[in-house]
Design a protein around this ligand. Structure first.
Ligand code: 8Y7
Length: 285
């Protein structure tokens, strides 16, 4: 297999080693304005910190996609994410992804300088495929069973990995038919999106089964319930569990790790990779 990489507008992201995607949520509660800075400045400070800590990609999101969350309007989402994307694009040399399901937000984000569309609904919203096809930008297709409001109500699969693979296969096919290049597509099994604790761990344990797509594999387990419920920890006590889960995913072939705690992840990854270079059964990512 060819070495994996992503390319867009002259930028190249070499995936011959795993990369970290740092999460920046621009929601009203995420950057409280203490009076000294406004929300944009605070968010940008966080972005700079994540880049210095080792993030290769910054994932900017303006809609809370946690289970049971309410949807936000298109205008509200635009107001939250576009100024930050513009500022990152103008001032830093980092890959920018936008976490959105809405075609209009995708378009505005790409015009503002975003490079990757990260869509938990895998471009199923109206016109979403058309926007990505027009720009032919990298896109992450994630699996979700159900909708954020109801996805954790007793999800059932006939064949967990098979059902998720079929879904991804269909979405990839739709993208290719719309004219999106295969080398722009990233896949993600969608940890926590319509999966029980055991389904999430089965997915992690058998993550290497998704390598047969021959596409970059992104995973996001950071601070999720699959960590907290296993070790009985609140959201702010899930850092070590999250790091362990992502390192395991790296061993199973994950290429991009979507995390909140970039510094901790980056340090763990550095140690893992340093030892791995001497391994006789060395993994080639
Ligand atoms: C994921 C994600 C979220 C994920 C990708 C959270 C936006 C929930 N999770 N995108 N987004 N993969 N690609 O707890 O697992 O971060 S939101």
């Amino acid at each position: 297999m060819q070495a994996k990489k992503l390319e867009y507008k002259g930028k190249v992201l070499d995936l011959s080693q795993p990369r970290i995607m740092g999460i920046v949520n621009v929601t009203p509660d995420s950057f409280s304005d203490g009076g000294q800075y406004n929300r944009l400045d605070l968010a940008f400070e966080r972005v700079k910190q994540l880049v210095l800590s080792g993030a290769s990609i910054i994932d900017v999101g303006g809609e809370s996609t946690r289970p049971g969350a309410d949807e936000v309007s298109e205008q509200e989402e635009l107001d939250r994410v576009i100024p930050l994307i513009e500022k990152i694009s103008n001032e830093l040399d980092v890959w920018i992804s936008v976490d959105t399901c809405k075609a209009a937000v995708m378009k505005a984000a790409l015009d503002a300088g975003a490079h990757i569309i990260n869509d938990i609904k895998a471009l199923t919203a109206d016109h979403a495929v058309d926007v990505v096809a027009k720009y032919n930008c990298p896109v992450c297709l994630m699996h979700m069973k159900g909708q954020p409001k109801n996805m954790q109500d007793d999800p059932h699969y006939d064949d967990l990995i098979g059902d998720i693979s079929s879904f991804l296969f269909e979405r990839i096919d739709t993208c290719l038919n719309a004219g999106i290049s295969r080398d722009r597509i990233i896949i993600d099994p969608g940890f926590g999106f319509g999966k029980t604790l055991d389904q999430n761990y089965k997915l992690l344990g058998q993550l290497d089964r998704f390598l047969s797509f021959g596409l970059p594999l992104l995973v996001g387990m950071s601070r999720k319930s699959m960590i907290g419920n296993l070790i009985n920890a609140n959201v702010d006590e899930r850092v070590i569990g999250s790091v362990a889960a992502h390192l395991y995913a790296v061993q199973k072939g994950a290429n991009i790790l979507r995390v909140h705690d970039v510094k901790e992840m980056s340090e763990a990854l550095k140690v893992y990779l340093y030892a791995n270079q001497y391994s006789k059964t060395k993994k080639l990512f």
